[in-house]
Design a binder for this molecule. Structure first.
Ligand SMILES: C[S@@+](CC[C@H](N)C(=O)[O-])C[C@H]1O[C@@H](n2cnc3c(N)ncnc32)[C@H](O)[C@@H]1O
Length: 295
């Protein structure tokens, strides 16, 4: 069988390049390389002696990014972006000119049923960015206690039926352990009937993805070590896709700016143009925040 050609359209690439690439000869960190869409766009704007260090937890995405980019200015690492400070140190680089964090998951991961992220396709209940991570979505629903399930559904899914869904998961897993996305969808549907245009398990899927990849913890952690990634005069850009992430970035950037060591490049989050959203529906919830290191 032929492999599908996976795609991911980089979001707000020209806007990010305008704000982030202040030095055409510089060193940049792409903390979430994905299929390399942003990186390839950035490389068209950078000189021959520039360099991009790309990080991703997803080894399969990383291989595609490297093959499609095929540019010696890209060095790709199978590692979480929280490891960027030690990688820079190891390479003898005293801070990058800019860093991008394009949060969440790529269309490659979402559209690939084998990865278990999508509510639209049946697949294994996986949802890990990194296949080496021992905590898959199945591990969470099959083994975490009721209170933890309720907590993640409330905190990461903003799910108002968190208790009902957590209890239904507990009951169902006693009968048959969860293995597929379809099983989970059915259990959620059994206690929350379909209403409106979103599937009732949409928020549950979001909560599980955030929990098994410790997404918000990683964002908080990388923002707290940004000064070990970006040098004075350098910038960091963060693209978020839901209010939990955006709130975290907004508050952290505000705190950093108040310290005097950083300044906000845009006071309010920037959004993709109407044209971009018309061509790429997945851009519709994107928000971009950029900060510059002053000291
Ligand atoms: C929205 S996609 C990036 C798409 C990319 N900008 C492009 O244009 O192709 C987000 C990527 O971040 C990766 N990711 C998520 N959390 C990560 C982390 N803590 N460290 C490194 N990569 C991470 C995911 O595996 C995914 O490939």
């Amino acid at each position: 069988m032929t492999q599908p050609v996976w795609t991911h359209i980089p979001i707000m690439a020209p806007e990010i390049a305008d704000l982030l690439l202040t030095n055409p000869h510089g060193v940049y960190v792409d903390g979430t390389l994905g299929l390399g869409g942003h990186t390839r766009y950035f490389l068209t704007r950078l000189a021959d002696d520039a360099c991009i260090l790309g990080f991703d937890k997803d080894e399969e995405a990383l291989a595609i990014a490297q093959e499609r980019t095929a540019d010696k200015r890209l060095q790709a690492f199978h590692a979480g972006y929280t490891h960027a400070p030690e990688k820079l140190k190891e390479l003898g680089i005293n801070g990058a000119d800019g860093a991008l964090f394009d949060l969440g998951l790529s269309s490659y991961q979402l559209d690939n049923p084998d990865r278990g992220f999508s509510i639209l396709h049946n697949g294994p209940l996986d949802m890990r960015f990194d296949r080496a991570n021992p905590v898959s979505a199945a591990v969470v629903v099959n083994t975490w206690p009721l209170q933890e399930l309720e907590r993640i559904l409330t905190d990461y899914g903003e799910e108002k039926n968190a208790t009902k869904i957590a209890l239904a998961i507990m009951r169902a897993r006693k009968e048959t352990p969860f293995e597929t996305t379809e099983q989970l969808k059915k259990v959620v549907e059994s206690v929350c009937p379909r209403y409106g245009k979103n599937h009732p398990a949409t928020q549950t899927f979001q909560a599980l993805r955030i929990a098994c990849n410790a997404e918000l913890d990683n964002v908080a952690q990388v923002l707290s070590v940004l000064a070990q990634i970006v040098k004075p005069g350098g910038r960091a850009a963060v693209l978020t896709f839901h209010s939990l992430e955006d709130r975290l970035v907004k508050n952290k950037f505000k705190e950093m700016a108040q310290s005097g060591a950083w300044k906000l490049i845009n006071k309010h989050a920037l959004a993709p143009s109407y044209e971009e959203v018309r061509h790429n529906r997945r851009a519709r919830s994107a928000k971009l925040r950029v900060i510059e290191r002053v000291l």
